[in-house]
Design a protein around this ligand. Structure first.
Ligand SMILES: C[S@@+](CC[C@H](N)C(=O)[O-])C[C@H]1O[C@@H](n2cnc3c(N)ncnc32)[C@H](O)[C@@H]1O
Length: 268
């Protein structure tokens, strides 16, 4: 069994993406180094707080679409983050109560919270995998114990691919995940952009990379580089767009500042 409780792996002297994101979202699960990095990020790009909120709104809309329109009943949510309700399983199970969600993260604090809070009350299931996205084989092996991977599933990579640098072969990782799931499966992704608010975002990335550990360095990508993750898939309209423009439900949602692009796509 994976060791979800290994908090000795946590080094609170460095900022961590899950906890810095939690700070931007107004959460309490963060330490001094995370709060300092969160503030430095806001100084570089004040729109990051609205972007974080817009990303959570995109996650909720994408999951609702996947459950309600695309009929997905299995979800592999890689890069879970600290709980911020409504979470993936709550949205999916509000549409289809029998939905099963597997949360995957490599941060022991995220996993400890997930095990405590991201639990299903009804007939659906939730599971947790302690794995690094750079090892997609491990994710697939453990997900297969929790989900029926011969049925289409939704692979969710929301707000995580910009934490995978080019040398870690991000396109091969996504390819490995999608090769392992059947036609009719979906990919949902959001990604920090290099070509939205480009000057502020370049400064934002510089400031983050100065503070973060090597394993958590950030890589901004432009429209074409984000679109490349969806090569060979049928991208749901309106395509790869600024996340606030993906199926917004209200005017303010559509107008939100968001430094991320995202899309939802079906494996043919
Ligand atoms: C910015 S948060 C996004 C959370 C959530 N998906 C959302 O969009 O609201 C990124 C999450 O990815 C996790 N993460 C970062 N790098 C990872 C890796 N290489 N493998 C697994 N999880 C990772 C972090 O621990 C964090 O929980």
């Amino acid at each position: 069994m994976p060791d979800h409780g290994d908090l000795s792996r946590v080094d609170t002297s460095f900022p961590h993406p899950a906890r810095v994101y939690d700070a931007w979202l107004g959460g309490k699960d963060n330490f001094a180094a995370d709060r300092a990095a969160a503030e430095a990020g806001v100084a570089a790009f004040p729109g990051i707080i609205e972007s974080a909120r817009a990303n959570r709104a995109f996650l909720r809309r994408a999951v609702r679409y996947l459950a309600a329109e695309a009929g997905m009943r299995g979800f592999v949510d890689i890069g879970t983050g600290l709980p911020s309700a409504p979470n993936t399983h709550e949205v999916a199970q509000s549409v289809a109560p029998h939905s099963s969600i597997v949360y995957v993260d490599n941060d022991p604090i995220v996993l400890a919270h997930a095990r405590a809070l991201l639990t299903s009350g009804g007939p659906g299931k939730t599971g947790y995998i302690d794995a690094d996205l750079r090892d997609p084989g491990k994710i697939l092996r453990e997900a297969a114990e929790l989900l029926n991977l011969s049925e289409p599933v939704a692979v969710m990579l929301i707000g995580i691919m910009h934490l995978i640098s080019d040398e870690d072969q991000p396109y091969e990782i996504v390819g490995t995940l999608l090769d392992a799931v059947p036609p009719g499966s979906y990919l949902a992704m959001s990604h920090l952009a290099s070509d939205l608010y480009p000057e502020e975002m370049a400064e934002f990335a510089r400031v983050w990379n100065k503070q973060a550990r090597k394993t958590e360095q950030g890589t901004l990508r432009g429209h074409a580089e984000v679109a490349r993750f969806f090569d060979g898939l049928d991208v749901v309209p309106p395509g790869v767009v600024q996340i606030s423009k993906w199926h917004p439900r209200t005017g303010p949602e559509a107008d939100a500042i968001a430094a991320l692009r995202g899309a939802v796509a079906r494996k043919p």
